[in-house]
Design a protein around this ligand. Sequence first.
Ligand SMILES: Cc1ncc(C[n+]2csc(CCOP(=O)(O)OP(=O)(O)O)c2C)c(N)n1
Ligand code: SF4
Length: 532
Amino acid sequence: MRQLVLLGAEAIAQGALDAGLSGIYAYPGTPSTEITEYVQKNQLAREKGIHRGWSANEKTAYESALGMSYAGKRSMVCMKHVGLNVAADPFINSAITGAGGGLIVTVADDPSMHSSQNEQDSRFYADFAMIPLFEPSNQQEAYDMVFSAFDLSEKYGVPVMMRITTRLSHSRAAISTSAPRESNALKLPADSRQFVLLPAIARKRYRLLLAMQEKLVSESDQASYNQLVAGRDLSVGIIACGIAYNYVKENFSGEIPYPVLKVSQYPVPVNLVRKLASDCQTILVLEEGYPFLESKLKGLLNNTSLNIKGRLDGSVPRDGELNPDNVAKALGLKTLTGPAIPDFLANRPPSMCKGCGHIDTYNALLEAIADFGPGRTFSDIGCYTLAALPPFNAINSCVDMGASVTMAKGAADAGLIPSVAFIGDSTFTHSGMTGLLDAVNENTPITVIISDNETTGMTGGQPSSATGKLENICRGIGVPEEHLRVITPLKKNHDTNVAVIREELNHMGISVIISRRECIQTASRRKKEEKA
Ligand SMILES: Cc1ncc(C[n+]2csc(CCOP(=O)(O)OP(=O)(O)O)c2C)c(N)n1
Ligand code: SF4
């Protein structure tokens, strides 16, 4: 047994390595990125040949992990919460196909939207797919649960979700490791048609999934991760899910006076919930994310007189993260106020790095597009989204990865001509390419600017699947050679770049401009590594 000090994300990665992982598949996204990066840097993973490269997007990552599970080996797929929207098709269907080797889908939610477009709660997805879910309350559980999740996945032949949130993923604690396990041998499914979701087979498999549900609830009722701890004051019973359990404990120096049900394994442990509700007329639900368990309670308990408190009645804020303070407030306890944040620390809006190539590309675009009027630049998700802020105020949308191309297409279809899509290289191969095919097929008059910094900058500079391939991808999709332009975004090229963009904005058909200059952060890291 070893003692390690790890981030929550790293504890999951170490747990996976020790629990016999054969492959991790992922697309970067805060706060999930560190799980895969930890495996990538791990020497044992290298020696054992554990798969650990980045995938083009979350859907391809999910399907690869499912393929490894089909072949009998243990796999993990990691993503941020919105990534699960991208992978939703294979995710939901994999609950029907089931798993061979243990399959864990680790999803990192971002309540308070520190670096995300929304704060969706992945527990709904696990519930929707009808698969078990683990939600650690601390780093040790994050480590231990990987073993349990692989076991449960292999016992029932279903994928299992691990859900973490930002604070757990990005905070460090000491953990003790367990004895490492061997990885599985290659093994085909006993039923060769298990993964063939033709309707007749899918119907059978779905019934198996339904029949399993009662057993999964009973697993949750008996799980050591779910505990009902008695309290002497029955005026309120607390249900604390995942990290919220830590926040409750933080508010009491010793014994907690109220009965507390800690929930870290789902489906909801119905019998434990009923037991708590039989002792307490008022239940306070503390859960990170949406009011998932709170909104289920009335139905589960069939007791309309029960007083349920939580996010829905305003005892806890309806949105944003939980913390020890808002939990204290919900419990009627005093909160301690620390010193105010000094002015120089507060309100520092994010901005692109000085010297970034995206800036030169925007400067050229802003000048060229001024001839046509405002409201025409559909952007995407990456460092270049920061051009929404002053002094650029250069973009009119940022919705989901890849949406720049297809939104520009829709707007052009509506008559907003020219419309511009501004997209990064990694986002383009993630999900911009298919939208470009739609625009090529109809020769829609849009100009797609791929701002190629040869990396995935916003999430820390992971390699981009697009590097070295963009021109050929665009040619392959059918972009005409004369409207496939390449520029270098440097101050000295400004006038040439404005002229190129202007020409393509005036072209009444599809065009792509690749604006290529390496991210200066990645370049300086690369140069340091080359010197070392
Ligand atoms: C579906 C989804 N997956 C992952 C992310 C996290 N994420 C935000 S931007 C980005 C990639 C940006 O790369 P690129 O488009 O090349 O732009 P750059 O940041 O390098 O400028 C990623 C992976 C996300 N927001 N949504
Ligand atoms: S990290 Fe790279 S791409 Fe992102 S703003 Fe800085 S220089 Fe530009």
